[in-house]
Structures are given as structure tokens and as C-alpha cells.
Design a protein around this ligand. Sequence first.
Ligand SMILES: Nc1ncnc2c1ncn2[C@@H]1O[C@H](COP(=O)(O)OP(=O)(O)OP(=O)(O)O)[C@@H](O)[C@H]1O
Length: 343
Amino acid sequence: MPAPQCASCHKARAALRRPRSGQALCGPCFCAAFEAEVLHTVVAGRLLPPGAVVAVGASGGKDSTVLAHVLRELAPRLGISLRLVAVDEGIGGYRDAALAAVRRQAARWELPLTVVAYADLFGGWTMDAVARSTAGSGRSRACCTFCGVLRRRALEEGARLVGATHVVTGHNADDMAETVLMNFLRGDAGRLARGGGLGSPGEGGALPRCRPLQLASQKEVVLYAHFRRLDYFSEECVYAPEAFRGHARDLLKQLEAARPSAVLDLVHSAERLARCGALASRALCQACALLDGLNRGRPRLAIGKGRRGLDEEGPPGAPPRPPARSALRSRGTWRSDAVAVRL
Ligand SMILES: Nc1ncnc2c1ncn2[C@@H]1O[C@H](COP(=O)(O)OP(=O)(O)OP(=O)(O)O)[C@@H](O)[C@H]1O
């Protein structure tokens, strides 16, 4: 049976069905839709203001490769400039090859690249040295904990080095859903509440961070890389197989098979928890809605029919309202109810 016609341009044959919507699209229309959705995430969430100097955490993997490519496409419209920052954790047989991919990307896309190394930043410690030191004490699990914390610090240092005002990473919806599951399984309510937004506004002197691909599924990230013919490094870190994240990933796959919306449901449930911690059937719990109305000088909006106006974005075409913080408690996260609306 011939492939159906593209549902967007109605000219070309469709090359894929979008995993979530089932919409049949040709490659160029899919890539355009993907880019428009990332643009919407950034604009509606007010993640990267015009004039921002954005440090892209570039690992050479699919997510950060797609992120850098999409932001490079969108940069003129957003009025931002980009710098690639790669962290060399000192993982023999893995990071060198990944860094080679980042260098090829920087050259092809004419983006400035800075590499910062754990060994230089952390008194000679590389991840291989940490792994040797933690061997016998839960090995790789301990490794991933060290690496996550040190990489965050290294990325911040690298971003400051290049004069960045913002940091972006390539975490996608699947990564975020895995993290939510991991935090639930560990009973880590603090991380659950902090990690749900699209990023953090830069507390304690840190640069603001965000994850523009947070609502994009892993499958679509891979499809975008395929249709844009992006060159990326696809091997898994040598320390990853024993990491706890693998269990969350397996569980998520099973959940998704039974309930295709499981990934986004988890992402959005974390966003809701990120607001004030209270469970709510709407975007804001009633207390937050009332206080939000007071804070915005529109107390009546929060009551009765007007409540709707506090939960949702304005009419189509209206400028997005600022991503106000939780009225009850600031958790250092940005709300993103605005961006839950898919294009
Ligand atoms: N060595 C690194 N240097 C710079 N940024 C990094 C590095 N490792 C990870 N990051 C950033 O953190 C994000 C999440 O990385 P992680 O390894 O957890 O997930 P991933 O899904 O494998 O990402 P990717 O496909 O981009 O490697 C990456 O997309 C990237 O933006």
C-alpha cells in the first residue's frame, strides 16, 4: 500500500507517523513542526530572552546535537547567540569519541566551542579515577551520582568562561519522566518538587538553566536527527549499565506500552508538584489560584468563572503571560502550564 499523503503540505508522501498524534508527515514538514514546537516551548516559557548568550551543554549525543541544531535554526528569530560547552569527564574509551563528534558539529555549524575538563577543574580527579576509588561501594551507581553533580558544576564553570547568560541542556521528555520515576522510587519529595519545571531561574548566583526539549519525545528527537542527517555519537557511557536510571527506563517502557501518554503524564505531574507541593485537579491549586489573582492585582479572577483565566493561557494569538512562580512557595522552578499546549 503506498504511503499516505503528508497531512501538512498535501504534496509529498508521508515518511513517518508522529508517535503521539499519529499524524502522517513528510520529513521536511515533520522537522518544521518539531522546530515550531521547540520555539513555542522557549517563547511561551520565556526561557531565553532576546540578547541571551546561551551555553549549550554539548555532549555529542543525540539530544544535545538536536538541541544545538534547532536553536541554531531559531537563533535569529529568538535574538540569541550560541556557544557550545563540552565537559570532558575523563572517561577513557567513551568521552574522546563523543568530543570528536562535538568538534565536528562546531566546525560544521561555525559555533564557538569550549571544552572544560574535570581533571583541570577538580584537582586532577577524572571519572575513571573516581570509578576506581568508589569500586566496591556500589560502583557505577556511585559513579553516576558523582558524575551528575560534577558535570553540573563543570557546565556552569564552562558557561561562565564563555560569558554565557543562560545554560541549556538537551534533556527530553523521556529523560524527565525517568527522573520523575527515579525520584518517586527513592521517595525523594524534595527533588520531585524542585525538578518539575522547564528549568531553574538561577538561584544562589547560578546561571539560569532550561531544557527546551523537555516536551519532545525521545522518538521524535531521533527522527529529527535522522531527517536532518545530523552526525552524533550514539554509544552509551561505559558506567551507565549499572545505573539506577536503567530500571526507571525499563519501567517507563512498560508503562508506555500500556499507556502511550505515560511519558508526558509524568512530566506534567512533576510540573504540578513543582508549584507548591499541593495536589490539584487544575493547573493551580485553589490556594495558589487565589493568591496568584491577588499578586496580579486581579483578585476576582480567581473566584468562580474567572478562575479559568488563571489556569489557562489567553486566547489564541494573545501574548503568553509570564511564567509566574507559585504563589504559595517558590521552589526555584518555572511553571510551564503555558507550554503544555501542543502546536
Ligand atoms: N559531557 C557533557 N558536556 C556537556 N554537556 C553535557 C555532557 N553530558 C551531558 N550533557 C548535557 O546534559 C544533557 C543530558 O545528558 P545525559 O547524558 O543525561 O542524557 P542523554 O539523553 O544521553 O543526552 P545526549 O543525547 O545529549 O548525550 C545533554 O543533552 C547535554 O545537554
